[in-house]
Design a protein around this ligand. Structure first.
Ligand code: KG4
Ligand code: ZN
Length: 332
């Protein structure tokens, strides 16, 4: 089955053509980062307008790169939520129109489930059950995934998402947006134990996260010290990253042990952080736990993961009709 996937929940307009839920024929991403950059964050109204401009050319490009004609598409999947309503509506309405015009099924995909499905787009996907972390600019959620339709939420952030903390710390250090990649790069040359920032683990039975304490500690440190040199910024970047990685790794391993589960899959923008992936693999190996991560190009928002999740939903008959609407807040 050939599925056209469409993603437009935030500031990326993306389309992809995926065969049988696992084989990517094309994946096109048009980013709006440059437009929102000067406002210091995503402007919802601007995002909707830019999605409208980008959606048709992006889909055309995805079909072209896949060497597929519209007539060969068997089904369409688009992000239904969570995300910015105006932005979601563009992709979701496009999918409805495409499905109506071609008389093929369409389905609406949960963006967080889709991130987890980026793990099925690798050569070595995890078997069920596995512990899944979705760690991005908007979410830090741990799930226990037992089948294609069972995601048990074990924990989530009570304040900032991990990616959001990377972005805010980068902003404080004057390093620009998005913060994750530049912090990871700067941290490479430095000893991460240089400055000890707090690890907020909350109470020991909880799988919830809190990253605002680490962020505030960095703000206080910056306030009290001269951070004008690149050297000092790199020290802060490395020590901050270390604190976040420490918390993520500890909670994930604890969740796996709690469920007696030997597989952990990570996804979302922050899982592109190789220092995190390597550390998690190392730590997990001592407990004989295997770590699965998407290819770096599939960690951030993309439409291949939407098509992959859509494929399993369509196979199970979980199809949308034209009355279905988008949603802004997470439902899993
Ligand atoms: O999944 P994503 O593309 O969009 C959301 O759904 O939020 O994630 C974006 C987030 C940003 O906060 C960005 O700073 C973070 O992922 N990120 C990283 C890295 N690359 C992207 N964080 C840490 N290290 C990275 N290498
Ligand atoms: Zn995302």
């Amino acid at each position: 089955m050939i599925v056209l996937g469409i993603e437009s929940s935030c500031d990326e307009t993306a389309a992809a053509v995926v065969k049988d839920g696992t084989h990517i024929l094309s994946s096109v991403i048009a980013s709006q980062i440059d437009v929102h950059h000067k406002y210091g964050g995503v402007v919802p109204e601007l995002a909707s307008r830019m999605h409208l401009e980008a959606i048709t050319p992006v889909v055309d490009q995805a079909l072209e790169q896949a060497l597929i004609k519209k007539e060969e598409i068997d089904a369409v999947a688009a992000t239904r939520g969570p995300g910015l309503i105006g932005a979601l509506l563009v992709g979701f309405s496009f999918a409805k129109a495409f499905s109506f015009a071609r008389n093929i099924p369409f389905t609406g995909v949960n963006h967080l489930e889709a991130h987890i499905y980026s793990l099925f787009l690798t050569d070595t996907p995890p078997e069920f059950p596995f512990i899944a972390l979705v760690v991005s600019g908007g979410h830090t959620n741990i799930y226990y995934v037992t089948s294609h339709d069972h995601f048990e939420l074990m924990g989530q952030t009570r304040d900032d998402a991990a990616g959001e903390a990377f972005d805010k710390v980068a902003k404080m250090l004057g390093l620009g947006y998005p913060g994750g990649p530049v912090i990871e790069q700067m941290a490479k040359s430095k000893n991460p134990d240089n400055i000890v920032f707090p690890r907020t683990l909350l109470d020991k039975d909880s799988f919830d996260f809190s990253f605002s304490g680490i962020k505030s500690a960095v703000a206080r440190y910056i306030h009290d010290h001269d951070i004008s040199t690149l050297e000092e910024k790199a020290r802060i970047a490395a020590s901050f990253q270390e604190a976040v990685i420490d918390v993520l790794c500890q909670k994930l391993i604890r969740a796996a042990k709690f469920k007696n589960c030997t597989r952990i899959g990570i996804s979302g923008g922050v899982s592109a952080n190789q220092t995190f992936v390597d550390r998690l693999r190392q730590t997990a190996a001592t407990d004989r736990i295997c770590v699965f991560a998407p290819a770096p190009s599939l960690c951030g928002d993309n439409a291949a993961m939407i098509a992959a999740r859509g494929f399993t939903m369509i196979q199970q008959g979980d199809i949308c009709n034209f009355d279905h609407d988008v949603f802004s807040r997470n439902r899993i």
